[in-house]
Design a protein around this ligand. Sequence first.
Ligand code: CDP
Ligand code: CDP
Length: 223
Amino acid sequence: ENKNIAIAIDGPAAAGKSTVAKIVARKLSYIYIDTGAMYRALTLKATNNNVELNDESSLAELLRETSIQLKQSDDGQRVLLDGEDVTLDIRSQNVTNNVSYVAKHPAIRKEMVARQQSLASKRGVVMDGRDIGTHVLPDAEVKIFLIASVEERAKRRYEENIQKGFPSDLEELKKEIKQRDQIDSKRDVAPLLKAEDAIEIDTTSLSIDEVAQKILTEVSKKI
Ligand code: CDP
Ligand code: CDP
């Protein structure tokens, strides 16, 4: 008998969350929800509108009048910000460098978590982020916490950037990843943290398929 469950995947930057989440979702015919994309979309709009990123109430007001849609399509997930496709724009270095300052505000998190819970209310969902197992879906049947060394994570982003045709500096990437992990782990509300009942997988020396297989094994114990 098949059962539709919720799978929460958390972990630091570039641990491989979205890559394996998409594979797991496809294998199970579940929907995939990239919560980081939602924080990134708001960050893009805030910087485009010159909203001060320290100004929590202005950001919260901006979010209230902002529509963020995650659309499943054949070439992966598209992100629509007020109806406009911003799938590529939200991966810019500028958004990456600023997103953690937006995501640390309690009022922003409260609204984002409510939206994410509503997106996941119909089960059969794989959701990735930083606080999915701890706050967004505390009753998820499978919780995974992915980690990898910062050297390996920077190397993965570096190779990804070469493939995209935008070579970057490995040391810069390492610094940016460390900085973002630090802000995400140290914030007061819902910091990056392994849920007590999450299974930790160190992916430093694992392939994408090996990680996906480990998660699918955990899933098969539950469905
Ligand atoms: O894919 P990558 O690791 O670069 O980051 P992401 O998943 O797109 O998330 C971008 C940022 O959004 C994170 O660094 C966090 O600051 C924030 N975020 C969060 O606070 N909570 C989530 N559930 C997801 C993302
Ligand atoms: O979502 P998150 O920021 O955690 O990571 P990602 O965007 O999925 O990026 C991880 C990068 O590392 C991708 O380029 C993957 O191809 C690569 N990778 C991986 O995800 N898992 C491995 N075990 C090995 C490599």
